[in-house]
Design a protein around this ligand. Structure first.
Ligand SMILES: C[S@@+](CC[C@H](N)C(=O)[O-])C[C@H]1O[C@@H](n2cnc3c(N)ncnc32)[C@H](O)[C@@H]1O
Length: 210
């Protein structure tokens, strides 16, 4: 994460509409039962994703990287009754956990889960999506961005998480960070989108498809 003073992050959270009780359960269980709980987007970014759906009036959202379902529930809770989230992941154990929470959520019926490598899943999907969210393996981001540009409607949004890599993009020393830095530069030059890179959490890139 970008080193924002802890009290500033806490202040931002205190002045942001909170997440659902089910989110609190997902958060607690994920910390107790998985090795990488910090992969969850958390309450601040979750609230931001939720607001993206509400302000854009999105009805179809695609998520790449579901983990235990925290962000998926944020999307689903904001979608209208006839809205749909397609979310995918490659990990069967965390997918099972996520499906358990979706079954308990009054918004679970809006969520379609695809288990398997994202690139295989993306080939089977038909657009257009209003929002595509990329939050999986960083070396795959470049290909996910291309696929999402194809699947997103004109006037839709592509949202990419972890685009600051804890600040390491300033001086990339490994393949993962180099890949993220190269994609930031590619998006910045891409005439097909209008973009903004927000220094929120670990860096959120928003790319609006023209
Ligand atoms: C950062 S986590 C997603 C966090 C989630 N959005 C949340 O807020 O809880 C990244 C996820 O991407 C998944 N992943 C990694 N490689 C993948 C691939 N090739 N295809 C699909 N999912 C993949 C991992 O299993 C992991 O659950």
């Amino acid at each position: 994460m970008i080193p924002v003073p802890e009290e500033i992050e806490a202040y931002a959270e205190r002045h942001t509409r909170g997440m659902s009780d089910l989110h609190a359960t997902v958060w607690k269980d994920t910390y107790e039962k998985t090795k990488s709980p910090r992969m969850m987007v958390g309450p601040l970014e979750g609230a931001f994703l939720r607001l993206l759906v509400r302000t854009t009036g999105a009805k179809r959202v695609l998520e790449i990287g579901m983990f235990t379902g925290y962000s998926a529930l944020a999307w689903a809770e904001a979608l209208p009754e006839d809205g749909r989230l397609v979310t995918c992941d490659v990990n069967p154990e965390t997918t099972k956990m996520a499906q358990g929470y979706f079954a308990k959520s009054p918004h679970g019926h809006k969520i379609e889960v695809r288990l398997g490598p994202a690139l295989d899943t993306l080939k089977t999907l038909q657009g257009p999506f209003d929002i595509c969210f990329i939050d999986a393996d960083k070396t795959g981001y470049d290909a996910y961005y291309d696929a999402c540009l194809h699947l997103t409607r004109q006037g839709g949004l592509i949202v990419l998480d972890n685009m600051m890599q804890g600040g390491k993009v300033l001086n990339p020393t490994d393949d993962r960070v180099r890949a993220v830095d190269a994609l930031n530069k590619r998006i910045q030059k891409d005439p097909r989108v209008e973009n903004v890179l927000l220094p929120v959490r670990d860096g959120i890139m928003l790319a609006y498809k023209r």
